[in-house]
Design a protein around this ligand. Sequence first.
Ligand SMILES: *[C@@H]1O[C@H](CO)[C@@H](O)[C@H](O)[C@H]1NC(C)=O
Ligand SMILES: *[C@@H]1O[C@H](CO)[C@@H](O)[C@H](O)[C@H]1NC(C)=O
Ligand SMILES: *[C@@H]1O[C@H](CO)[C@@H](O)[C@H](O)[C@H]1NC(C)=O
Ligand SMILES: *[C@@H]1O[C@H](CO)[C@@H](O)[C@H](O)[C@H]1NC(C)=O
Ligand SMILES: *[C@@H]1O[C@H](CO)[C@@H](O)[C@H](O)[C@H]1NC(C)=O
Ligand SMILES: *[C@@H]1O[C@H](CO)[C@@H](O)[C@H](O)[C@H]1NC(C)=O
Ligand SMILES: *[C@@H]1O[C@H](CO)[C@@H](O)[C@H](O)[C@H]1NC(C)=O
Ligand SMILES: *[C@@H]1O[C@H](CO)[C@@H](O)[C@H](O)[C@H]1NC(C)=O
Ligand SMILES: *[C@@H]1O[C@H](CO)[C@@H](O)[C@H](O)[C@H]1NC(C)=O
Ligand SMILES: *[C@@H]1O[C@H](CO)[C@@H](O)[C@H](O)[C@H]1NC(C)=O
Ligand SMILES: *[C@@H]1O[C@H](CO)[C@@H](O)[C@H](O)[C@H]1NC(C)=O
Ligand SMILES: *[C@@H]1O[C@H](CO)[C@@H](O)[C@H](O)[C@H]1NC(C)=O
Length: 649
Amino acid sequence: MQRFSTPIFIISIIFGGLAKSQNESSIDQALSANYAPITVECPTNIQWVRPANGLSKEEVEWVSKRKVVVFDALHDYLDRLTLEDFDLHEFAHRIKESNYQNVPTLAMAISGGGYRSGYTGTGIMRAMDSRLPAANLEKIGGLLQSLTYLTGQSGGGFPVGSFLTHNFPTTDELVQLWISQLDAFNAVPDNSTAAGSFASMFIDIGQKYAAGFNVSTSDFLGRDFAYEFLPGVRGGLGVTWSGIRSQSKFISHEMPLGMVQATALEADDPRYYGYQVPSSDSPFYEFTPFEFGSWDSRIAAFTPMEWTGTQISDGTPVNSSACVRGFDRASFVMGTAASAFNFWEVEDISNGTLVPFSKRSLSQSSASKTAKLARRDTGPNGEILFPAVQLAEIAFAFKEFFNLTTPFIAFPSWPNPFLTSNTSSSSTSQGESITFVDSSESNQSIPVWPLIQPARNTSFIIAYEDGPDALPYGWIAGANLHNSYLAANTSGLPFPVIPPVNTLQNKNYTLKPTLFGCDINLTTTKSSDSPIVLYIANAPYSAYTNYTWTGQAGAFDATQFNEIFVNSFNQLTQGNGTLESDWTTCLGCAVIDRTLDKIGMQRTNQCQECLQKYCWDGTYDQRTPAILDPSLATNPGLGYLEWNATSAL
Ligand SMILES: *[C@@H]1O[C@H](CO)[C@@H](O)[C@H](O)[C@H]1NC(C)=O
Ligand SMILES: *[C@@H]1O[C@H](CO)[C@@H](O)[C@H](O)[C@H]1NC(C)=O
Ligand SMILES: *[C@@H]1O[C@H](CO)[C@@H](O)[C@H](O)[C@H]1NC(C)=O
Ligand SMILES: *[C@@H]1O[C@H](CO)[C@@H](O)[C@H](O)[C@H]1NC(C)=O
Ligand SMILES: *[C@@H]1O[C@H](CO)[C@@H](O)[C@H](O)[C@H]1NC(C)=O
Ligand SMILES: *[C@@H]1O[C@H](CO)[C@@H](O)[C@H](O)[C@H]1NC(C)=O
Ligand SMILES: *[C@@H]1O[C@H](CO)[C@@H](O)[C@H](O)[C@H]1NC(C)=O
Ligand SMILES: *[C@@H]1O[C@H](CO)[C@@H](O)[C@H](O)[C@H]1NC(C)=O
Ligand SMILES: *[C@@H]1O[C@H](CO)[C@@H](O)[C@H](O)[C@H]1NC(C)=O
Ligand SMILES: *[C@@H]1O[C@H](CO)[C@@H](O)[C@H](O)[C@H]1NC(C)=O
Ligand SMILES: *[C@@H]1O[C@H](CO)[C@@H](O)[C@H](O)[C@H]1NC(C)=O
Ligand SMILES: *[C@@H]1O[C@H](CO)[C@@H](O)[C@H](O)[C@H]1NC(C)=O
């Protein structure tokens, strides 16, 4: 408890910091000096709430310009592939003829899984970056530049937020700025850009509290993440999510449109030890640089991200002199998308017998049920729980600083802009504020939901998962992707059919990149409206990357990052072709397949064979799988213990 040995009673020393600022530079200044959002006169030329009947005007316009940039990147990528009998010239010609409308909409989703998914997901992004010469040599470079959308959830939101707020640098440039060798939860503050003290973070969020906003562990954790992942002093204090729109590469459409998602709690959600947890059909909200809102029919509305925090009712600000700026701090958005405090508490209080994070309904787990409970930070299956002492410290600090207690502090609270006085309208069900949890808690840890909304017309999704749910060794079981299929099917959204975990594991689909939905009959829509999904789950190729996220994964140095990055590179290239020599070529076939249909071109024979080889064919193997205990794909003789003894970790 040493960090809190001299608690400061913030509330008594902070005063309402509601600066009256009206121009952008003074707003920026105010937000860089003080975490409290500020109030300004409301502009009059804004649609505060719009129905979810399509994309926003801004997104439509941005995406149409992004497509022109993607066209060039995709062309270069395909040119390097040299597909057999594929007329790239004709392909390019027909796409141009469509005024770039038919440029394939490619997207990548990075799952929850703490620092681990954040870091290994970054490795996947790096492997696809055309700025990395090896990536072009191995024919996967340029896929990153061809993405229109990039989504993240929980730890997967770290790279999304970090790449975009840093103006989309190369991975190697970005990682240097992270200074990740500091364990974020145990950092000794050096008063620089690298780490803040616990006390300084509580002072920050105290300013927001004093300005009349609710504060929660998501504010605190967001501030903590921000020292690593956001640019600028004091942990990127002034950086906002809507501010991503001012990055030069956003303006020139040279980065994907990034977003994160979170799940809203509802009044009738179940409670454990007083903590609400969502149901599997609780509404998802998305947070883009343009907008905040939900496609869910219970909400079906969006509001400008820039003005979140403003009290709005019936689509109009309640007080036309009190519109809010700076509520959408990038740190708070990332914190909101990673709000798992309730799960950590429930997991700890129940000694890991309830809601094992990040999977709570993994009915077909391969976990050994026999392991004995060793200590309170270890669950019955040997999984590492969030250290109870840190949860207690955080809760203690909220009590000391703000007289706020659990479970209230567990959930980030966003003023509800979708309130209406029309009682027959469903959006009133959320009340004056919306409280969020990590979407991993609603059984889908890969943020595909924003990508499969028909308005986005996504044709190819790279679904990356690194939520360690295959116990006891912390690899990936596949349940989250299967759950996304079930939910999409129920909601009538386009998605490939994904078999249950037994089949996924028996066919090794959680160990090597696999395609789903190439055959349109194996999709929810039975049409080319459904995207093809490339599923990649973290697996050992040249390093055992099943780190425990509260353990080593908090504090990685450059050598260790290199180990992760080479592993990701080996996975995505199948060991530079040594494991599967045709894989990268075949991947290219999948990337363009949906588009061929639209522009009236045929799948080539080569691509037909490719998709037969790497796409799930609709057959099942539902026998109980063996415990997932893989060896290194590129070096099977090097066992875990020997590797661990010699590796950087
Ligand atoms: C913005 O406001 C600040 C403080 O009120 C003022 O000093 C500055 O000149 C203003 N800038 C512009 C461009 O109006
Ligand atoms: C950081 O600042 C705090 C107070 O501002 C001070 O007490 C502490 O000694 C400083 N730490 C370092 C490493 O400079
Ligand atoms: C704070 O949270 C409470 C409880 O969830 C809610 O009723 C209230 O509207 C919130 N206040 C603000 C300003 O968001
Ligand atoms: C509206 O907001 C302004 C600025 O914060 C404040 O001075 C005023 O009292 C508010 N009006 C009402 C009716 O609450
Ligand atoms: C968890 O373990 C602790 C200590 O071993 C025990 O006191 C507590 O009752 C257990 N909690 C539950 C819910 O079983
Ligand atoms: C802290 O909160 C409790 C419960 O809301 C209240 O009874 C108590 O008076 C508060 N204490 C202080 C010092 O404000
Ligand atoms: C109230 O909401 C219902 C359902 O959304 C809608 O049909 C009706 O037209 C609304 N009434 C008004 C007065 O807006
Ligand atoms: C899955 O991988 C294991 C280990 O490499 C191998 O023994 C097995 O044959 C593979 N199964 C399938 C269906 O490819
Ligand atoms: C899909 O199923 C229909 C009806 O069973 C069949 O006619 C069609 O050939 C199938 N399409 C593909 C691409 O296999
Ligand atoms: C593949 O190439 C990368 C980049 O050059 C290299 O780091 C990696 O070790 C190679 N993998 C294998 C299995 O040779
Ligand atoms: C990582 O995976 C290997 C192979 O399954 C296993 O031997 C090792 O125990 C795992 N490490 C952790 C920390 O779970
Ligand atoms: C792995 O190596 C680290 C130090 O490099 C050591 O502390 C740890 O006990 C090792 N783990 C196993 C399972 O051998």
